[in-house]
Design a protein around this ligand. Structure first.
Ligand code: GAR
Length: 229
């Protein structure tokens, strides 16, 4: 079994070295699966979980991707866990670190070490509904449009520069699970896009902390919800 999963056999279009990605998970791993399925122009060097029971670990192993578990309970402090995690990521030579349902908050030192090469997906249209239970927050607020956001990670929780968002309508009779499922379909579309852009050197964070994206394409159509008959 290969220790690295080759997501594509080709180097990026510019002929530069193929980049390595380390993906951090805590659970189910459906975004991980979307990334692995996307045949991205880079390679997943490792999948790391903070929970041994994370279902995504088996998925990674089945694809021949190296896995590691770092249980925060084995570390004396948050800082010690973060340092061990950062060292494990660096040992895999990561050019990009992708948080895919990684549910531990990372400290400032960790975030600074990977500044500009640390992406997260959050299931809301940030800056609305950061933190826990974003779907419940959206339903409680009565918004008619909800969604998901890929952003560069900065020390402030869920507040980093936004790369891409997708929006879905909220239905009048939605419960949290129905809304989460509708958003998740869009997560699986936008996260591989954002990662692809980074791997193709089309996406970066500027020194001023702004998102720069080459060849952005035409603006998307508006989403209006609800649409009365
Ligand atoms: C996803 O909905 C992701 O956006 C969310 O956890 C879920 C993980 O699902 N992440 C956060 O809430 C981070 N704040 P997955 O394990 O099936 O990808």
């Amino acid at each position: 079994m290969m220790s690295d999963a080759l997501l594509s056999g080709r180097a990026s279009a510019g002929g530069s070295q193929m980049k390595s990605v380390v993906i951090l998970i805590s659970g189910r791993g459906s975004n991980l699966q979307a990334l692995l399925d996307a045949k991205l122009p880079g390679r997943v060097a490792a999948v790391i979980s903070d929970r041994a029971e994370a279902l995504g670990l088996a998925l990674a192993q089945a694809r021949g991707v190296a896995t590691a578990v770092l249980d925060h309970r084995r570390y004396a402090s948050r800082e010690a866990f973060d340092a061990a995690l950062a060292d494990e990521i660096a040992a895999h030579g990561a050019d990009l670190v992708v948080l895919a349902g990684f549910m531990r908050i990372l400290g400032d030192d960790f975030v600074r070490r990977f500044a500009g090469r640390l992406l997260n997906i959050h299931p809301s249209l940030l800056p609305l509904f950061p933190g826990l239970k974003p779907h419940a927050q959206a339903l409680a607020a009565g918004v008619k449009i909800h969604g998901c956001t890929v952003h560069f990670v900065t020390p402030a929780l869920d507040a980093g520069p936004i790369v891409i968002q997708a929006a879905v309508p909220v239905h009048g009779d939605d419960d949290e699970n129905e809304l989460a499922a509708r958003v998740l379909v869009q997560e699986h579309r936008i996260y591989p896009l954002a990662v692809r852009w980074f791997l193709e050197d089309r996406l970066c964070l500027t020194p001023e902390g702004r998102v720069a994206l080459a060849d952005e394409g035409p603006p998307a159509s508006p989403l209006i919800a609800p649409v009365a008959a």
